[in-house]
Design a protein around this ligand. Structure first.
Ligand code: SAM
Length: 345
């Protein structure tokens, strides 16, 4: 039965919600290995043995939101707050460009000092100085007008995980001031204004059921995002979920394999959260169909302050200065870094 479902996913690249629920409830190690093998084959056909690298610049740890799972939530008074200046961000881009990066990801909390006009100026300067690099933003929920201005200024991609396709689960993970409807509106708006759009969710988020994950898969199947970020939930000590266990690695690998089979061309990172939970996490992510890694380009003095969960990896091959180490890690599993822009095509 489960094997039949796996075969159906492989041949049709889609299942229905009930079938995802059955697959996610009944999989075993053999199913996982079988789906990962096909996911890797699918990724090879599309991307060869190359893994795209994106330089991650964590521009601000200040956030107006209060997401219950995140260490940067505004009610965490012990969080260390910083925000980078435009000059500091440009300096990170310069270092990254010299190291070979051709995508910069500007990610941060919802820090309202990053106004539309400030971001337009910053994006314009990055564009002007690094004309062959892609600019990805991950700055949370904004108005459609704001997204349009950022897109017009020259940003190419935007990551905004949907976090939960189930409204009930979304509401358990977020404060009342945030709404599932607005998250969905933002994702639609990002697509409408022409961003390559990334969605995704945490695996093992508090209160998440197999049925919720099946809903996430149906959502990803329906909206056909260009990028899909899936990583395990990891607790942060100063959040209401501090005692909740981290998400399962094998289940994360299974979901990566499923979304790769579903969307052969999608850009799928082996996330930092995977690398944080296991020394092999990133490699295992690639061996589940992921094809992107996002080493940290933030100034070293702020890296520990961007603490969204406990123990977040930002050194070694998770760091931009560790590209040689990353190349070595990838070579060991038969892959190599692909330094091209790596747009969705
Ligand atoms: N503020 C922007 C946003 O919300 O999209 C970007 C930064 S936010 C910290 C980036 C992602 O981190 C979120 O989409 C969430 O899924 C992930 N994240 C936050 N807390 C986490 C945790 N405790 N474990 C794993 N991932 C987490």
């Amino acid at each position: 039965m489960i094997r039949e479902l796996a075969d159906r996913l492989i041949s049709r690249r889609r299942l229905d919600a009930e079938e995802y629920r059955t697959l996610l409830s009944g999989w075993d190690e053999a199913t996982l290995a079988y789906l990962r093998q096909d996911a890797v084959r699918t990724a090879h056909k599309q991307f060869g043995r190359g893994v795209y690298v994106r330089g991650l610049i964590e521009v601000s740890s200040c956030c107006r939101n209060d997401c219950l799972y995140c260490g940067l939530r505004c009610s965490n008074t012990s969080a260390e707050r910083y925000r980078l200046s435009d000059e500091q961000i440009l300096e990170c881009c310069r270092e990254g460009y010299a190291a070979g990066f051709r995508t910069f990801v500007l990610q941060g909390g919802e820090d309202m000092t990053f106004t539309d006009s400030r971001l337009e100026g910053l994006i314009g300067r990055i564009r002007a100085e690094f004309s062959d690099a892609a600019i990805t933003l991950s700055l949370g929920e904004r108005s459609e007008e704001s997204y349009r201005r950022l897109r017009d200024a020259g940003a190419d991609r935007y990551l905004l995980r949907h976090e939960a396709a189930s409204k009930t689960l979304y509401e358990k993970l977020h404060p009342q001031s945030m709404s599932w409807e607005n998250r969905m509106r933002c994702i639609e708006a990002l697509k409408r204004v022409g961003f390559q759009t990334g969605v995704g969710m945490m695996v093992g988020a508090p209160g998440q059921s197999v049925s919720d994950l099946a809903d996430d898969l149906m959502f990803i199947q329906r909206i056909e995002p260009e990028m899909i970020g899936i990583g395990p939930f990891i607790p942060h000590c100063a959040t209401p979920f501090s005692a909740h266990p981290a998400g399962s690695l094998p289940l994360t690998y299974l979901l990566l394999a499923i979304v790769r089979i579903m969307h052969p061309k999608a850009l799928i990172p082996a996330t930092t959260a995977l690398a944080t939970l296991s020394a092999n996490g990133r490699r295992e992510g690639i061996l589940s169909g992921a094809n992107v890694v996002m080493p940290n380009l933030s100034p070293s003095e702020v890296r520990n302050k961007y603490a969204i969960y406990d123990g977040k990896a930002n050194r070694g091959s998770e760091a931009a200065e560790g590209l040689a180490l990353l190349e070595q890690e990838l070579n060991e599993i038969g892959y190599r870094i692909d330094y091209s822009r790596g747009d969705y095509i």
